[in-house]
Design a binder for this molecule. Structure first.
Ligand code: GLN
Length: 475
């Protein structure tokens, strides 16, 4: 039996009976074989440090979970795929890591990503692009590209990513796996190296909807260490894994089926709507009229927050320091040599939109339009329970294809950004393949804190279609 083909649920069951070592060894071997070609894991060749392997009676029974490299793990280097954090070792665990460890997971390798989660292709990583397991000439999406590629290639059981504008869902779609962006506040951001603090959420990337529900149960919940984390109880998400969409009201927003969307993607998503209808859901055409401003608003508000968050990397407290003749030059040289091009672009844009005289025209206005976008959703959710759309307007694109054209790159997230602007939960599930064999993702969005409906709708679709069973040919 090839243990790397197991889902999280199955790997836990197997490990409870047979101990965790066989599963860990299988994934370690496969990761070692594939990583030089895919580059999903950073520092993969460093021997797995001596891990205290948790008891197999624990909830996750020691199974390997991989972590996007912007989440702090005590005693392990964290880089955000940037040179500027070189050799920075956090002295504490992020809350999600603490929760995963206490559920008995083995923290297994740190995943490649776009530098500081700024990107949609994993190409801005300072440690080389990650490749899409379905086609090595294509990007895996981003910014959690390494997390999605590792899961798709069976190099790990499941992974944790972060999503500020689509960074879990878009790579999940492009790699043919499941990705969940929880409601803003559902999962603690303590120990996540911030990009856009009012957008960032941590979430799971998995092979199945069930696996995502299991991980959401582990990582969700109020955390006094994160002032934006929401109080209140967390439901058991695995309870919503039912094939039951009869009477569910599903909206298809007209603004999400626009010119420029790949015809194969559009067809697959419309077919998904038909499948839901056949299963008894009610399909409605809805309107989210301010959608067209989403990308512009995001690239004002998120870059403002990014420029502020990245201000702390100046050669004093973290990572890289370029020795220079005086303090000012040291700041300058460290940031100049430490940050890549996209990070610099965002810092410049963010500093500009926050600067005196421009604040009202850009940042403040952006915040107001953000409110309008949130209200669009509030209105829509009076009529429907779930909104369906493509996750990404195109399937995986070629490496290098959009690197010279930032606007084309930014448009990759046109359908995922609105959920971050509104703070609502959203997920991507595999819904088909292009004629060329590339995966297509279906996005589902729901009301704030209504992940249970998302899980039910996604599970029903997944079980009905079985799309997730197809694997990239890597052996
Ligand atoms: N691709 C988007 C960006 O570049 C979103 C990134 C993210 O969600 N972290 O900002």
């Amino acid at each position: 039996m090839d243990l790397t083909k197991l889902t999280l649920k199955e790997a836990v069951e197997f490990s409870k009976e047979n101990g965790v070592q066989p599963v860990l060894d299988a994934f370690q071997k496969r990761a070692g074989l594939l990583n030089s070609r895919i580059n999903a894991f950073l520092r993969c060749d460093s021997l797995l440090e001596k891990m205290s392997i948790p008891g197999t009676s624990a909830l996750l029974a020691g199974v390997p979970i991989s972590i996007k490299d912007n989440i702090c793990i005590e005693g392990r280097e964290v880089t955000c795929a940037s040179k500027i954090l070189a050799k920075h070792v956090p002295p504490y665990d992020a809350t999600v890591i603490e929760k995963l460890k206490s559920a008995g997971a083995t923290i297994f390798h740190q995943c490649n990503m776009d530098e500081f989660a700024l990107g949609s292709s994993c190409e801005t990583s300072a440690f080389g692009a990650c490749r899409n397991p379905w086609d090595f000439n294509c990007v895996p999406g981003g910014s959690s590209g390494g997390s999605a590629a590792a899961v798709a290639a069976d190099m790990t059981v499941a992974a944790i990513g972060s999503d500020s504008g689509g960074s879990i869902r878009q790579p999940a779609a492009l790699c043919g796996v499941v990705g969940v962006k929880p409601t803003y506040g559902r999962v603690s951001r303590y120990g996540l190296i911030a990009f856009g603090s009012s957008f960032d959420q941590i979430g799971p990337i998995t092979k199945t909807v069930e696996d995502a529900a299991i991980l959401m149960n582990v990582i969700s919940g109020h955390d006094p260490k994160d002032s934006t984390s929401a109080p209140g109880d967390v439901p058991d998400f695995t309870q919503s894994l039912k094939r039951q969409v009869k009477g569910l009201r599903i909206g298809l927003p007209t603004e999400y089926f626009i010119e420029g969307i790949d015809p194969e993607v559009e067809k697959a998503v419309r077919q998904a709507g038909e499948i839901y209808k056949r299963l008894g859901a009610e399909i409605k055409i809805i309107s989210l009229p301010h959608t067209e401003y989403s990308v512009a608003v995001y690239y004002i508000v998120a870059v403002a927050e990014a420029s502020s968050n990245l201000g702390r990397f100046d050669g004093v407290e973290y990572g890289l320091r370029i020795p220079s003749k005086d303090l000012r030059e040291m700041y300058f040289e460290t940031r100049n040599q430490g940050f890549g091009q996209e990070a610099k672009r965002r810092i410049l844009l963010g500093t500009f939109v926050l600067s005196a005289g421009y604040y009202d025209a850009f940042y403040l206005k952006g915040q107001k339009v953000r409110t309008l976008i949130r209200r669009d959703f509030e209105k829509a959710f009076k009529e429907v329970d779930v909104i369906l759309s493509p996750t990404s307007p195109t399937p995986a694109f070629k490496i290098g294809e959009r690197t010279e054209d930032p606007i084309a790159m930014y448009l990759s997230d046109i359908f995922t950004i609105p959920a971050n602007l509104a703070g609502i939960p959203a997920m991507s599930v595999p819904c088909g393949f292009t004629a060329g064999g590339l995966p297509i993702g279906l996005q589902l969005m729901a009301r704030p804190f209504d992940e249970t409906t998302l899980f039910r709708a996604a599970y029903t679709f997944e079980q009905e279609t079985g799309v997730y069973k197809k694997k990239p040919k890597l052996d």
